[in-house]
Ligand binder design. Structure first.
Ligand code: PMP
Length: 462
């Protein structure tokens, strides 16, 4: 094929892809009609904190893939680890009768990194929804093993997101994620959380709000009858619910209440795990040790699917006690996939060696301050919040009443399109821009995000 013919073939393929997008594939969380009417950019390549689409537009990736490409794109260390593992052994299971080296190594590594939290055992899976599902099942089995089989219920928070398998979805604290697929799994209950921008109780300071919400959780445990409650699950910082950073006294209260009633505390670290919040694990922002930690996303920097559920000494020891056999009757074909685990080892090494956690804290604070400064100039910004490199900019129709834009309003989409046209790719969730770039982001790149959003807001008519 000549160079010209080659170019023509590439162009023909690109045109076909653009025609085809949305026609044979359902996109998660999208109305298929919207995908056809307004096709998304087709991302073709990545380098550093940037992605490039099929038309050659290079954009700062403020989505970080989907809160996950922590070490950035084009990291040979991860690619090489994956390639070497594929050549050596592309797959082997962990079911009875076999093991593989990368899984053994990564489990040991994760327990070493979470020594402070007393994590002792890891159960691998393929992603975040698997990791939370595994947490629920392990929690229930734990209680059966320690002789309290009636402890089967879970309590979660409004605004929380825990994946979309049936258990995780039932723990999600937003109707949008649940209503099309109801009925939910029995035994899941949901209480108010200390959302500072849209608080369930008006006119109280953050600390009091956290106390009040913690009190509601306690009352729910009492109402359910404590010895029927298996665990409380929460994100150290709510992500998909709009990046809601709880007041500093909230998580310690959660721990206190769980301890008072013997209830397990599950930290869903699928977004916050491995550096994003400016601490290696989100719970460290609050000085709290959970009983179970769920991880995915950043664990491989998103290069390949992997989920992990970590159990602390207290929980894990139930399987080690003398007595009747206690089989972990849970796990997947891809639990401990050697390629995923090899990628995990390499990605975690990068986060640690390059101190990307500290960079997330430092550049995140700089970006947050820059975005907050835009509030002086743009009435449409109701709130800017976040921690580390997980930030939300919330748009409102009226700052005084906080009336949000709805899915029927085109303004937020137009603003994010204007950002895209200037090389900044945000994620828009109805009226919120989510900014969760790779943790390698520089302050200069952060300033670009602020300048581009500033311009987009100034040039987009309401
Ligand atoms: N938990 C949290 C906190 C998440 O943010 C997500 C994904 N955004 C999940 C669980 C589910 O992960 P996955 O999409 O990999 O199944």
């Amino acid at each position: 094929m000549s160079a010209l013919e080659n170019m023509q073939a590439v162009l023909a393929d690109a045109n076909w892809l653009k025609q085809e997008v949305g026609h044979h594939m359902f996109h998660p969380m999208a109305d298929p009609k919207d995908t056809v009417a307004n096709p998304p950019p087709i991302i073709a390549r990545g380098d550093g904190a940037y992605v490039t689409d099929l038309d050659g537009r290079r954009m700062l990736d403020c989505q970080g893939g989907l809160w996950c490409v922590n070490a950035g794109y084009g990291r040979d260390e991860i690619v090489d680890a994956i390639t070497a593992q594929l050549k050596e052994l592309p797959y082997y299971n962990l079911f009875p009768g076999a093991a593989n080296a990368p899984a053994i190594r990564l489990a040991a590594k994760l327990c070493e990194l979470t020594e402070h939290e007393d994590m002792a055992r890891v159960l691998f899976s393929s992603g975040g929804s698997d990791a939370t599902e595994t947490a629920f099942k392990m929690a229930r089995q734990y209680w059966k093993l320690v002789g309290e089989p009636e402890r089967v219920k879970f309590i979660s928070l409004r605004g929380g997101y825990h994946g979309l398998h049936f258990g995780g979805m039932s723990a999600c604290g937003g109707d949008a994620w649940r209503r099309s697929y109801e009925p939910l799994v029995p035994g899941f209950f949901n209480v108010e959380s200390p959302n500072l921008y849209r608080p369930p109780f008006e006119g109280v300071d953050p600390e009091t709000l956290a106390d009040m919400c913690a009190h509601l959780l306690e009352r729910e445990i009492q109402f359910q009858v404590p010895d029927t409650v298996a665990a409380v699950i929460a994100e150290p910082i709510q992500g998909a619910g709009g990046v809601n950073v709880p007041p500093a006294n909230y998580w310690p209260k959660l721990r206190e209440i769980c301890d008072r009633y013997g209830v397990l505390l599950i930290a869903d670290e699928v977004i916050t795990g491995l550096g994003r919040s400016g601490e290696l694990f989100g719970v460290r922002n609050w000085g709290v040790k959970p009983d179970i930690m769920c991880m995915a996303k950043g664990i491989t920097s998103g290069y390949i699917p992997l989920g992990a559920t970590l159990l602390n000494e207290r929980v894990a020891s139930a399987w080690e006690a003398e007595g009747p056999r206690s089989v972990v009757m849970h796990g997947y074909t891809y639990s401990g996939h050697p390629v995923g685990c090899a990628a995990g080892l390499a990605a975690i090494d990068l986060v640690i060696q390059e101190n990307l956690t500290a960079n997330a804290a430092d550049v995140g604070a700089h970006l947050l301050a820059g975005l907050r400064s835009l509030m002086d100039r743009h009435e449409a910004i109701g709130d800017v919040r976040g921690k580390g490199l997980m930030i939300a900019v919330e748009l409102v129709k009226d700052r005084a009443t906080k009336e949000p834009f709805t899915p029927l309003d085109s303004y937020p989409g137009k603003v994010s399109d204007a950002c895209l046209a200037n090389g900044v790719m945000l994620r828009t969730i109805v009226n919120k821009f989510i900014i969760s770039p790779p943790l390698i982001l520089t302050k200069e790149q952060a300033d670009t995000i602020v300048a581009v959003l500033d311009h987009a807001l100034a040039s987009t008519p309401r």
